[in-house]
Design a protein around this ligand. Structure first.
Ligand code: GDP
Ligand code: IMO
Ligand code: MG
Length: 423
């Protein structure tokens, strides 16, 4: 049996949480492999809206085992809050949630460092969610981090103090205040005590044993390919490998065991935080998109930047991930437009037309070339099958499919579980 991977092809917030929840009944395991509390994955069903940050989006399905893999950076405080929040849904997290002992822990000073580093960048700031992601992955790669398994060791406190002492040197270099630290530490150690009671395991064995016994696993990506630390618009990226390959290292699964790669994209684009966004709209269309799509961050509440779909960027994401099926999200948001644009190329200041995301291109030097298509400009509310889609929406889907050379197998037309059209 092979593991399927579901990931975002843009700058995050494509609707991954919704689709993992929709697909979960076809799987036995859902596993997160990278990122941490910077993610905000929204699920809507039975009139309830829920945002998950670190817990996989299979948690609302009682038969699913949810795994937080080794590639994740985990904040115990956020995890405790998330589990407390699930209390009213009578979820048996002792049965349905396991956490890799090799996942990395976000400690309070990682969050202070995130703030200090962002502040020091001035107008070059990344627009981080300030959840401590960058500094924690820095410690992981620098081989100084604390891991989940460490909390069970008798000398955890000493290891913690040693790391904090190092962080304080950097914080003092940036003259960053430490007033909040004692309160944060109190919360942290209370959360660590709770954390110790959870199912902490070597999840690579669970995942591979499951595949050997023909169980189906869905790996749930966080962020998006254009925020990948290698292939995103560096340095305006997150600090993990957000692509399909990240699911291998983030769970301990061999590349030969990857099955389908589901690539999720919005029918348009959004980005939260700084960095290049060639099709960004600064006009009324952009404002209307934001309002209609309720484009405000699930984690930080920040307004998301909005713009038309970008084919060169999408093609790039499909290429680096080996996407086998595409899922188009938020089709309903474009109901409001009489005309819809799709970026097919970029033009450089020299006049050269390109369709590649080269090392050299930056925000300043590309302008998008658009193809304009007729909008459907009507509600999709009572439409439950692809056959009944308005002709212009079918044209949009089929045009993209032909351009991208990968089948679009699912179109989402609203936030609820039920507003999902399979093809
Ligand atoms: P994720 O990070 O990829 O899981 O996405 P987010 O949850 O951050 O953002 C997606 C937002 O769009 C959430 O508020 C979802 O409830 C909502 N959403 C998902 N699919 C659709 C859709 O097809 N139409 C509309 N209008 N909203 C959707
Ligand atoms: P989900 O999983 C959208 C963005 C931040 C910032 C950059 C770096 O919900 O799609 P970080 O906190 O990682 O240091 O921020 O990445 N970012 C996201 N944008 N969705 C996300 O996750 C994001 N996680 C991080 O806004 O620009
Ligand atoms: Mg999100």
């Amino acid at each position: 049996m092979k593991m399927d991977v579901l990931l975002g092809l843009q700058w995050g917030d494509e609707g991954k949480g919704k689709i993992v929840d929709v697909l979960a009944p076809e799987y036995e395991i859902v596993a997160r492999f990278q990122g941490g509390p910077n993610a905000g994955h929204t699920l809507e069903f039975d009139g309830i809206k829920h945002v998950l940050h670190q817990i996989p989006s299979g948690i609302f399905r009682s038969q699913i085992l949810n795994i937080i893999g080794n590639g994740v950076v985990l904040d115990p405080i956020v995890l405790k809050r998330e589990i407390d929040g699930l209390g009213k849904f009578s979820i048996d997290y002792m049965k349905n949630l396991v956490i890799s002992k090799k996942a990395t822990i976000i400690i309070p000073t990682h969050k202070l460092l995130d703030a200090a580093l962002e502040q020091s960048k001035g107008d070059k700031k990344i627009g981080s969610t300030l959840k401590g992601i960058g500094p924690t992955y820095q410690d992981k790669i620098g081989r100084t981090a604390l891991r989940v398994g460490d909390i069970l060791s008798p000398d955890f406190k000493e290891k913690y103090e040693a790391l904090v002492a190092k962080h304080k040197t950097t914080l003092s270099f940036y003259s960053h205040p430490l007033d909040e630290l004692p309160g944060m530490e109190e919360q942290f150690f209370a959360a660590v005590e709770f954390f110790k009671t959870l199912n902490l395991i070597d999840s690579e064995y669970v995942v591979n044993d499951a595949l050997d016994s023909k169980k189906r696993i869905l790996a749930e990506g966080a962020q998006g390919s254009l925020l990948d630390v290698d292939f995103g618009s560096y340095p305006f990226v997150t600090s993990s490998s957000t692509m399909a390959a990240g699911a291998c290292t983030g769970l301990g699964v061999a590349p030969s065991k990857i099955g389908e790669v589901f690539g999720i994209f919005k029918a348009y684009c959004t980005r939260v935080g700084s960095g290049p966004f060639p099709t960004e709209l600064f006009d009324k269309d952009g404002e209307d998109m934001r309002k209609e799509g309720n484009e405000f961050g699930s984690t930080t509440g920040r307004p998301r930047r909005c713009g038309w779909l970008d084919l060169p960027a999408l093609r790039y994401s499909i290429m680096i991930n080996g996407v086998t099926q595409l899922f188009m999200m938020k089709g309903d948001v474009l109901n409001i437009f009489k005309e819809i644009k799709v970026c097919t190329h970029y033009v450089l200041p020299s006049g050269e037309k390109i369709d590649k995301l080269s090392f050299e291109i930056t925000e300043q030097d590309v302008s998008p070339v658009y193809k304009t298509m007729k909008g459907w400009n009507c509600s999709l509310e009572n439409i439950h099958s692809y056959e009944n889609f308005p002709a212009e929406l079918k044209e949009y889907v089929e045009y993209l499919e032909a351009e991208l050379n990968v089948p679009i197998k699912l179109v989402s037309v609203g936030p609820d579980r039920t507003q999902t059209i399979m093809r």
